[in-house]
Ligand binder design. Structure first.
Ligand SMILES: [Fe+2]
Length: 383
């Protein structure tokens, strides 16, 4: 059999004011008590206040779990699930970027399947659909609000585990650009680069299909149109709305096609040098694209055409240079600047070869080729 099954959230509200839609969703679904899952900073921010205002107006009681940490671990997920059970909640509202949404998705699996999230790390390990999750996005990048994946860090082993489970797809996602107007530039930059890298990897992935191709190309076009705008004008609502769409489309795309070598190296770099995920993938993106330009030149060229480079024969090289320019404009630090040592190149390459995201890369590179890519990034040497 050679068919493709698509996975994506059943409902998604995008655009200014979409936060208001969560009250309608909760009432239509006959839900009665929410657990808000967020971090300590966001818990006291206007973003969470906007969510609780909607809940109060609609008469929906809620509790708050505000102990999400960056790069969350299994203990955080289990703690959220324990509070959910103790307070007899019947749905979760994630408020945040990737970390709170990932924790809420994991806790929803524990709520419906019992035990600890440790039992469900891997590929489709649960039996029951998770408890309903509403994901209120505060950044435009991770795509966690639309994917069937969650990422947990094991701090003792210094590893990250990507789990995929269609039972953790959120019930309702919200991307409201009003909530993103005060994002720090560094977060806007890193999450925007994450969204772009998702679109690039989805388009180049071995499992790409017509659904993911269309989404990925449109996502690239939107990033090209509005990424620099929101860096320069953080309160530009049209630009923020474009980035909401770009992140969502890229999330839909990679959740259904897979990722690739940019994330294989990026995830593993995060285990060596703690840095924001968007920075880790952004700094490798042009170099991995340049490597792929030798293997799938037509598809890299398509990404260039999506950015307005009209000559297909030149577009592949042009888009690699163009994205390198976006990475620089985003002030993504270089490998040297994050404290990475050239002596660690062989180790990082070996770790990247074991990363599960490599399975869907367009080609299986040799470890020597991955070392060359990392070395090019280290030397800031784009051909
Ligand atoms: Fe990512």
């Amino acid at each position: 059999m050679d068919y493709t099954e698509l996975f994506y959230p059943p409902r998604f509200a995008v655009g200014p004011g979409s936060i208001q839609a969560i009250a309608d969703f909760i009432k239509e679904a006959n839900l009665t008590c929410a657990l808000i899952v967020t971090d300590a900073f966001l818990a006291s921010s206007p973003v969470t206040a906007a969510v609780t205002e909607v809940l109060k107006k609609a008469g929906i009681p809620y509790y708050v779990f505000d102990r999400v940490i960056p790069n969350p671990d299994a203990a955080t997920v289990d703690a959220a699930a324990a509070l959910y059970a103790e307070k007899k909640c019947d749905h979760l509202i994630a408020v945040g970027g990737g970390s709170p949404i990932d924790v809420a998705k994991g806790a929803s699996l524990v709520a419906a399947n019992g035990g600890s999230i440790q039992h469900y790390i891997g590929l489709n390990r649960t039996v029951h659909q998770g408890a309903p999750v509403i994901a209120v996005n505060t950044t435009a990048g991770t795509g966690s609000e639309v994917t069937q994946a969650f990422v947990l860090t094991d701090r003792e082993k210094h590893t990250k585990a990507v789990s995929i489970d269609h039972h953790c797809l959120v019930a309702f996602a919200v991307s409201d650009p009003y909530l993103m107007q005060d994002l720090p530039a560094e977060v806007t930059a890193a999450t925007g680069m994450d969204a772009l890298s998702h679109a690039v990897e989805a388009y180049c992935a071995v499992n790409h299909n017509p659904f993911t191709d269309g989404l990925a190309l449109q996502s690239v076009s939107l990033v090209d149109r509005s990424f620099l705008t929101v860096l320069e004008e953080p309160r530009d609502l049209d630009g923020r709305t474009d980035m909401c769409w770009a992140a969502a489309l890229a999330g839909y795309a990679f959740s259904n096609s897979g990722l690739g070598l940019i994330h294989s190296i990026g995830f593993q770099l995060e285990n060596i040098c703690p840095l924001p995920h968007g920075q880790a993938v952004g700094l490798f993106m042009p170099y991995v694209m340049d490597f792929h330009r030798q293997i799938i030149p037509e598809r890299i060229a398509d990404l260039g055409v999506a950015c307005g480079f009209s000559d297909q024969s030149l577009a592949a090289k042009q888009v690699v240079g163009h994205f390198y320019g976006l990475v620089r404009a985003a002030k993504i630090p270089t490998l040297r600047e994050v404290g990475f040592s050239a002596a660690d190149i062989p180790a990082l390459a070996a770790m990247a070869m074991t990363d599960p995201t490599l399975a869907t890369n367009t080609v299986q590179p040799t470890v020597e080729e991955v070392e060359e890519i990392i070395e090019s990034a280290y030397c800031d040497d784009l051909r």
